[in-house]
Design a binder for this molecule. Sequence first.
Ligand SMILES: [Zn+2]
Length: 57
Amino acid sequence: MECPKCCGLMYMERLTDFFVIFNVWKCINCGALMDKTIIENHQKSLDALETVGSASG
Ligand SMILES: [Zn+2]
């Protein structure tokens, strides 16, 4: 896993939100957090950009 912001190394960290336990990717370099939802949303936005095409460049 590579940090989308700084291309640093990311590691899996376990967080707890009240009674929910979930894993996120955390960058050891800049501290950015990436969870599964964020990654999926990012993929969707990338797909949207590809379908929009060359309106700007
Ligand atoms: Zn980073």
